[in-house]
Design a protein around this ligand. Structure first.
Ligand SMILES: NC(=O)C1=CN([C@@H]2O[C@H](COP(=O)(O)OP(=O)(O)OC[C@H]3O[C@@H](n4cnc5c(N)ncnc54)[C@H](O)[C@@H]3O)[C@@H](O)[C@H]2O)[C@@H](O)CC1
Ligand SMILES: Nc1ncnc2c1ncn2[C@@H]1O[C@H](COP(=O)(O)OP(=O)(O)O)[C@@H](O)[C@H]1O
Ligand SMILES: [Mg+2]
Length: 282
């Protein structure tokens, strides 16, 4: 029988690790956030900031040149590497020693960016979280799924999922198809929605936190940053996905009594991350 597990506080606490008293930024992991294009640099700012606020020791953003001042100003804690090209990513060149990479938010789908993703995937063996246009480009080039690192985390919303696995007629069929897909490529699929479901090794995890306040631009970019930040701290991929989705939703549950649903924006997820993590330490 298939396993279906609710992600509640006890499931989150089981996985959560406090930061050691004698830790330092070098031990907390270095994450790379690859994304952005002209007009969509906010997605990288949100992701990089969420990654830092989830405990990663160092975060570097890899972006097209036009985003340099934006990211340096909005997220001064992050380091920045720029592509040779101004408006979108055309290659992913770095010599960093990394523990995790978040890839795809706001990246656009220019053909140059397809090429950049292919060369990146061929060379990369660092734990990977793929979102947004990274997923859309994969959907156009499904044979590249074979070269993903084992246990790569994919974070599609429903539309991105449909591009990736094709149409379904019922939730049951969708879940069957995601399970088959996840097993075939040895990936973890975070099906974002209300509620978010995580499919990993034939187990379906259903999140219990979050609410409609999260229906706002950039919510998913923040989630990718959180999961990447946890991965950089050596959480096993499934644990990073489960814990990440739980705290992401919890921020909205904690915030809503103060912000209401309408005024809550993606930056508020980041703002409430501290309170959300604190509930796991008690
Ligand atoms: N400030 C920024 O720079 C932002 C950049 N973004 C980037 O913008 C690009 C486009 O992303 P989008 O996701 O908007 O575009 P998509 O075309 O992938 O998705 C939008 C469509 O999906 C539907 N959809 C989304 N979630 C759904 C759900 N749970 N159930 C049913 N339908 C659902 C929406 O109704 C809409 O029709 C990406 O690169 C993304 O990362 C967005 O993240 C928004 C914020
Ligand atoms: N009504 C809702 N209830 C709970 N969570 C939601 C709701 N609407 C959106 N979310 C969450 O918000 C995030 C939206 O992600 P995504 O669509 O990728 O946003 P963006 O691309 O704008 O960053 C997902 O984590 C999703 O589960
Ligand atoms: Mg998204």
């Amino acid at each position: 029988m298939e396993k279906h597990i609710l992600i509640d506080r006890s499931e989150a606490v089981k996985r959560f690790r406090p930061i050691a008293k004698d830790s330092h930024k070098g031990l907390q992991g270095h994450a790379l956030i690859v994304g952005g294009s002209y007009g969509k640099m906010g997605s990288v700012c949100l992701s990089a900031k969420a990654c830092l606020k989830s405990g990663a020791g160092l975060v570097t953003a890899y972006i097209p040149k036009c985003g340099y001042d934006v990211v340096q100003s909005v997220v001064p804690e992050a380091m920045v590497l720029t592509d040779d090209y101004n408006e979108h990513i055309t290659s992913v060149n770095h010599k960093l020693s990394l523990q995790a990479i978040g890839f795809g938010m706001g990246m656009g789908q220019d053909l140059d960016t397809h090429q950049a993703m292919f060369h990146f995937l061929k060379m990369n063996s660092v734990p990977l979280v793929i979102d947004a246009d990274g997923l859309n480009i994969l959907s156009e080039n499904k044979e590249w799924l074979e070269i993903l690192p084992k246990q790569t985390i994919l974070t599609p919303h429903v539309k991105e999922l449909e591009r990736l696995i094709g149409h379904w007629d019922s939730k049951l069929e969708m879940l069957e198809n995601v399970k088959t897909f996840a097993a075939k490529y040895d990936v973890i699929v975070v099906v974002k929605g209300a509620p978010t479901l995580i499919v990993s090794k034939n187990v379906i995890y259903e999140n219990t936190t979050g609410n409609q306040a999260l229906a706002t631009a950039g919510s998913g970019d923040v989630l990718t940053g959180i999961i990447t930040g946890l991965s950089a701290q050596h959480y096993a991929p499934a644990d990073a996905a489960i814990l990440g989705v739980y705290v992401h939703g919890l921020t909205a549950d904690l915030a809503v009594p103060e912000t209401g649903h309408h005024a809550f924006i993606a930056s508020d997820i980041i703002h409430y991350l501290g309170k959300a993590f604190l509930t796991l330490e008690q």
